[in-house]
Design a protein around this ligand. Structure first.
Ligand code: FES
Ligand SMILES: [Fe+2]
Length: 374
């Protein structure tokens, strides 16, 4: 335990008061944030793509100019999903009675059953539309709280450090709440058990780690450090002969960013845990890099390894979900589960500050050194 870091508060293993229950949670606090709704390449001009965010079904589309939009996948007339209807790149047409809507504004444009003398103002009828924008290979959708006056912050972007780079996107669906998705993502102790493989690490490589964390707005950051020498990908980087540093950070509600720098070379990734419903979430992993660009087939090879890796997490969470069905009591221990504790404390502080308007309290009052074996 680093004596220089008073905020570490190391103690014996204890049941954590903030530990999640196995049951469903409400997603309400997740409103007023951007989420990746769907991969860009699944949204074709003239077609609607179904997506689910926070228990709300969405129809995501791309108009003839290439601009994306998102509306609630429900016709305001009688609730028919728009994704059962048609979209011509201009207007959405409902399959039940043919009402037409503008996807960007949600405004109704035409009701075929109206006679010439019926003066219903169709433009007053609206489908619920959501702010949408596209970057890093996703259509991002902003899920505002109904009646929220909160200023909309910019959508999260994957940091990139040069113009030329390659990128991949991977995803996994998890049968658990956003809480379990996030603490699984930030969990430093499962690697040697869940991700055992010749190219990553095994149980025998377990050794003690000591990492300094610091508070950042709405989250925390593992300070720049030299990565574990016991995994093959990092060994490969030594060909560049430059010092390697890696930084990992978490930001509410759901983002983990990792940055690896090696001279002018870099690898940057962003993983988001998106609540699709109280009991289901989706992990989206996007990475970009300018490392080893001369290596042929690097992108498909990385995709293969990445899918294996994320698949190991996915299978683990599926098995865990079986255990969580019976609502067991859970615990979080020091120091390996400290990031999970910080997450629950950040979330609690965020919910409180939204309720009472006071500044959000931060669980860390300065840098903290955490020690664990993995
Ligand atoms: S339900 Fe959509 S037009 Fe009637
Ligand atoms: Fe993992």
């Amino acid at each position: 335990m680093g004596s220089e870091t008073k905020a570490s508060q190391n103690g014996p293993a204890v049941a954590a008061p903030q530990a999640p229950s196995g049951g469903a949670i409400e997603c309400d606090w997740c409103l007023d944030f951007w989420y990746p709704a769907v991969r860009s390449n699944r949204v074709r001009t003239g077609k609607l793509q179904a997506a689910m965010l926070l228990g709300i079904p969405l129809a995501v589309g791309r108009d003839n100019q290439g601009r994306v939009f998102a509306v609630r996948d429900s016709c305001p007339h009688r609730g028919m999903p728009f994704t059962e209807g048609w979209y011509d790149g201009e207007l959405i047409e409902c399959s039940y009675h043919g009402w037409k809507f503008d996807g960007h504004t949600g405004r109704c444009r035409e009701i075929p059953s109206l006679t010439a003398d019926q003066d219903l103002d169709v433009e007053k009828i609206r489908a619920k539309s959501f702010p949408a924008e596209e970057h890093d290979g996703y259509v991002w959708v902003y899920m505002a709280h109904p009646g929220s006056r909160e200023e909309r912050r910019p959508a999260p972007q994957l940091p990139k450090f040069s113009n030329g780079y390659r990128s991949i996107q991977l995803e996994a669906h998890l049968p658990c709440s956003i809480d379990h998705g996030i603490i699984g993502l930030m969990d430093p102790a499962h690697g040697p058990f869940v991700h055992q493989s010749w190219w990553w690490r095994g149980r025998r490589s377990i050794h003690e780690k000591r990492k300094i964390f610091e508070p950042i707005p709405n989250g925390f950051r593992m300070k720049a450090h030299s990565p574990s020498a016991n995994s093959a990908p990092y060994k490969l980087l030594s060909v560049y002969g430059k010092p390697i540093t890696t930084t990992i950070e978490f930001e509410l509600p759901n983002i983990r960013r990792e940055e690896i720098r090696c001279g002018d070379y870099w690898f940057s990734s962003q993983t988001t845990v998106t609540p699709e419903s109280p009991e289901r979430c989706r992990i989206d992993f996007v990475a970009a890099w300018n490392l080893f660009r001369w290596v042929p087939f690097l992108t498909p090879v990385l995709r293969w390894f990445g899918n294996r890796f994320i698949g190991q997490d996915q299978r683990t969470m599926e098995k865990q979900a079986e255990g969580l069905k019976y609502d067991p009591s859970l615990m979080l221990i020091d120091d390996a589960d400290r990031p999970a504790k910080w997450y629950f404390q950040l979330k609690k502080g965020y919910i409180e500050s939204k309720r009472n308007g006071a500044p959000m309290p931060h669980p860390m009052d300065g840098p903290a050194t955490l020690r664990w074996r993995s």
